[in-house]
Design a protein around this ligand. Structure first.
Ligand code: GDP
Ligand code: MG
Length: 674
C-alpha cells in the first residue's frame, strides 16, 4: 500500500475513475478511507456545497415542478443486500433481514463531519425526529409504520434519514423496496406492480444513477433489478453494480464480474457486508482480509473490491453527475420560475368591489369589440394567426362566393335543358284573345316568380349558415376575453346566443323580403340587360331556320351562348316558337341581373349587419344581460371562481418554491467561489 500515502496520485486517481487505470496500489486502505477519510473529505469540501444545494432542492420537492435531480438510486431484488450496503456505507444499523423491510423510499443523506459526536435524524410527512445510533433502526421501523401502515404494504411517500458522522462519504442515496415476484402473506396482490412502479419512477430520469445490488449467490441475468434497469438504461452508462455476499459465493465471482454479461457501464464493486452481530469496524477488517487473502477473491482487481472503493466511486460518480446536471437545473429553475411568475401576473386581480367589477366588465367589452372589429371587419387576424376559422373576412367572402356559384349552377339557371318547353307551356296558359306578336307580360312574370321561388331556400340557407358561423366566432371571442371571470361566462354566452338569434331572425326576414321584391316586378336600369336581350334575339332567325328548315339534317343545333341543344321536341310547336324564343331570351338576360342583384345585396346586407353587431348591438345586449332589469347582476363578478382560486394558489406556491430554489443555488455558487 505504498502508493496509499502519495496524496497527489490519490487525487489523480479520483479524477479518472477508469476501471483500467485503477491499480491496486492507488486504492487507499480501509482505515484511511473511512475512519479518517482524508481523500474523500478534501474532495468533498468542494462538492459539499453542490450536494447540499441538490439535497435542499430535493427537500423543496422541485421534482414535483418537473425538475429532475441527480440521484443515486439503490435497486435490487429482495434480500440482495441493499440495506446492508447502505449500512456499510453509513456505518450504522438499518432494519435488515428476511422479507420486506424497506417499504417506503428511504432517502439516505450521509454527511461527513469533523465532530466525533454523530447525529441522526429522520424527516417524513413534514416531521423531524431526532434519534441516535443505537435507536436508528427502531426509529426507521416506526416511521415506516406511520407512513405505510402496520401491514406489509408499501408507500411512495419518502422517508429521509440524515446521518452526520465522522468518516462517512458525502452521499445521498435512495433505498427502494426490493423487487419481489410473489406476494408474501399479508401483502397486496399487486405488490410487484406497486414496487416496480416506484422503482421505475426513480430510475427512469436520465439524471438518476442506478446502483444495482446483486447477490454473488445468484446468476446476474436472472435478476429482476437487472431487467428493470436495462429497460431505462440499455447501455448501462448510468448503472453501477455492487456484488454482495462475496464471502458466500467466491467461486466464479471473478469471471462473473469480468465477463459483464449484463452491461454494467460504471463497473462492478464486490463487497462483504456486516454479518450477524459484528461491529462495523470488525466487518471492514474482515472484508479487507477476505479480499486480501482469499484464494479466489484476492485475484479480483483491488479497484473492484471493498466498501471503501464503493464509497469512493459513488462520491466520484455523484460529483460528476451533479457537475454535469447543475447548469441544466439552474436553467430549468429559472425558466419555470419565469413562466410561473408571468402566468401569475397575467391572472386577473380578484374583483372586490362593484366599481372594480364594472371597470373590468367595460374593459372586457372593449376588448371583445376590438377583437371582433379586427377579425370581422378589418380582416386583421394577429390574435388568431393559426386559427383559420377566425380569419372571418376571408371566410365570409368564401361563403358568399359559394352561394353565388350555387345560384349560377342551380336548375333555375340551367337554360339548356328542355329548351323552350317551359316557355311554351307558360305561353299557352297565358294566351288570350289578342294579337300573337305581342309577348304577354304576364307570361314573363309567372315564369320569373317560379324561378325566384326556386332559389328562395338557397338564399335562406346561406344567410343562416353565415350567422351560425358568426355566432361561433362571436362566442369564441367572448369566451376568450371572459375566461378569467368564470361567473360571467354563462351570462356572456347567453347574451351572445340571444343576440345572434335576434340578428339572424331579422336577417332572414330581410332576405325573404328581398326575394319577394324580385317576384313582384321585373325591373332594371342596367343597360346590360337590353344589350344582352338584343344580342340574343338577333339569333332567332338563324335558330328558326335551323329548327324548321334544316330539320332533316340533325336533331340538335348550335346556339351561340347556349351551346349544343336538342330541338327535336320543338318541331311540332311552330305557332308559339317565336314567342317562346323571345321569352327565353328576355328571361336569360334578366335572370343574370336578378342573380347579380341577390348576391350583391346579400353582401351589402351582411356587411351592414355585421358592422352593426360589432359597433352597437353587442354592447347593448351584454349590458342588458348583466346590468339591465332582467340581468344577472354585476355582483356576480366579485370573488374568484373556485378554479381560478386554485390556479392562483398553485401558481404562487410554485413561484415561492422556485424562488427558494433559486436562492439555494445562488448561495451554493457563493460558497463555491469562497
Ligand atoms: P435487502 O432486502 O436487499 O435490503 O437485503 P438485506 O440487506 O436486508 O440483506 C438480506 C440478508 O442478506 C441479510 O440477512 C444480510 O445479513 C445478508 N447479507 C447482506 N450482505 C451480505 C454479505 O455481504 N455477506 C453475507 N454473508 N450476508 C449478507
Ligand atoms: Mg432492505
Amino acid at each position: 500500500m505504498g502508493g496509499g500515502k502519495d496524496s497527489a496520485s490519490k487525487r489523480q486517481n479520483l479524477k479518472t475513475i477508469d476501471k483500467a487505470e485503477h491499480s491496486h496500489a492507488l486504492v487507499p486502505a480501509a482505515e484511511d478511507m473511512v475512519i479518517d477519510a482524508p481523500i474523500i473529505s478534501s474532495y468533498n469540501d468542494r462538492i459539499r456545497p453542490a450536494l447540499d444545494a441538490v439535497d435542499k432542492l430535493r427537500r423543496l420537492m422541485v421534482m414535483k415542478e418537473g425538475i429532475q435531480l441527480p440521484t443515486i438510486v439503490v435497486v435490487g431484488d429482495q434480500s440482495s443486500g441493499k440495506s446492508s450496503v447502505l449500512e456499510s456505507l453509513a456505518g450504522i444499523n438499518l432494519p435488515r433481514g428476511q422479507g420486506i423491510c424497506t417499504r417506503v423510499p428511504l432517502i439516505m443523506r450521509l454527511e461527513n463531519q469533523a465532530n466525533l459526536k454523530s447525529e441522526f435524524s429522520l424527516e417524513f410527512n413534514g416531521k423531524l425526529v431526532q434519534s441516535d445510533e443505537a435507536d436508528i433502526a427502531n426509529a426507521i421501523y416506526h416511521a415506516t409504520e406511520e407512513i405505510a401502515g402496520h401491514g406489509k404494504g408499501i408507500s411512495k411517500i419518502p422517508l429521509t434519514l440524515v446521518v452526520k458522522k465522522k468518516g462517512v462519504p458525502d452521499l445521498t442515496m435512495v433505498d427502494l423496496p426490493g423487487i419481489t415476484r410473489v406476494p408474501v402473506h399479508g401483502q397486496p396482490e399487486d405488490i410487484y406492480e406497486q414496487i416496480a412502479d416506484i422503482i421505475m419512477e426513480y430510475i427512469r430520469p436520465e439524471e438518476s444513477i442506478i446502483l444495482n445490488v446483486l447477490s454473488a449467490t445468484v446468476d446476474f441475468p436472472t435478476c429482476e433489478s437487472i431487467r428493470m434497469s436495462q429497460q431505462v438504461d440499455k447501455t448501462g452508462e448510468r448503472t453501477l453494480a455492487v456484488v454482495t455476499k462475496a464471502d458466500k459465493a467466491p467461486e466464479g465471482l471473478l469471471e462473473k464480474v469480468t465477463a459483464d454479461d449484463v452491461n454494467i457501464g460504471l463497473g462492478y464493486v464486490c463487497v462483504r457486508n456486516r454479518i450477524g452481530d459484528e461491529s462495523y469496524e470488525e466487518a471492514r477488517k474482515e472484508e479487507a482480509r477476505l479480499f486480501e487473502s482469499h484464494s479466489l477473491l484476492s485475484k479480483i482487481d483491488k479497484s473492484m473490491v471493498g466498501i471503501p472503493v464503493l464509497a469512493q466511486k459513488l462520491v466520484q460518480i455523484q460529483a460528476n453527475s451533479i457537475a454535469r446536471n447543475l447548469p441544466e437545473i439552474v436553467r430549468k429553475i429559472n425558466e419555470k420560475l419565469n413562466a410561473s411568475a408571468s402566468e401569475l401576473n397575467r391572472m386577473p386581480k380578484t374583483v372586490s368591489s362593484v366599481a372594480e367589477a364594472m371597470t373590468s366588465f367595460m374593459r372586457m367589452i372593449g376588448f371583445v369589440k376590438e377583437s371582433l372589429r379586427k377579425i370581422l371587419l378589418r380582416g386583421e387576424f394577429d390574435e388568431y394567426p393559426d386559427n383559420k376559422d377566425m380569419h372571418c373576412t376571408a371566410r365570409l367572402v368564401e361563403m358568399l362566393n359559394q352561394y353565388s356559384n350555387k345560384m349560377q349552377k342551380c336548375t333555375e339557371s340551367d337554360n339548356k335543358k328542355n329548351f323552350l318547353v317551359e316557355e311554351i307551356a307558360i305561353l299557352e296558359e297565358c294566351s288570350g284573345i289578342n294579337l300573337p306578336n305581342f309577348l304577354p307580360r304576364n307570361a314573363f312574370i309567372v315564369m320569373l316568380q317560379k324561378k325566384v321561388d326556386g332559389i328562395l331556400h338557397m338564399s335562406v340557407d346561406f344567410i343562416e349558415k353565415v350567422w351560425n358561423y358568426i355566432e361561433g366566432v362571436v362566442i369564441g371571442v367572448l369566451m376568450k376575453h371572459s375566461e378569467n371571470y368564470y361567473q360571467l361566462q354563462i351570462s356572456v354566452r347567453r347574451a351572445g346566443n340571444n343576440l345572434i338569434a335576434k340578428i339572424k331572425k331579422r336577417s332572414v326576414d330581410r332576405v325573404m323580403e328581398m326575394v319577394q321584391m324580385e317576384k313582384l316586378t321585373d325591373y332594371t336600369c342596367d343597360p346590360d340587360y337590353l344589350d344582352k336581350c338584343n344580342n340574343l334575339n338577333a339569333l332567332r332567325e338563324n335558330f328558326m331556320r335551323d329548327v324548321l328548315v334544316n330539320h332533316l339534317r340533325s336533331s340538335a343545333v348550335d346556339l351561340q351562348g347556349f351551346g349544343h341543344i336538342e330541338v327535336d321536341h320543338l318541331r311540332q310547336q311552330f305557332p308559339v316558337l317565336n314567342q317562346a324564343f323571345d321569352l327565353k331570351m328576355r328571361m336569360t338576360a334578366y335572370w343574370k341581373i336578378v342573380l347579380k342583384r341577390m348576391v350583391d345585396s346579400m353582401a351589402l346586407h351582411l356587411q351592414f349587419n355585421v358592422q352593426n353587431l360589432v359597433n352597437n348591438d353587442m354592447e347593448e345586449e351584454m349590458v342588458n344581460e348583466l346590468i339591465g332589469p332582467q340581468g344577472g347582476g354585476i355582483e356576480r363578478m366579485l370573488g374568484d371562481s373556485p378554479s381560478v382560486a386554485l390556479k392562483r394558489e398553485k401558481l404562487s406556491k410554485s413561484v415561492q418554491k422556485l424562488t427558494e430554489s433559486k436562492e439555494v443555488l445562488a448561495q451554493m455558487m457563493e460558497k463555491m467561489v469562497a
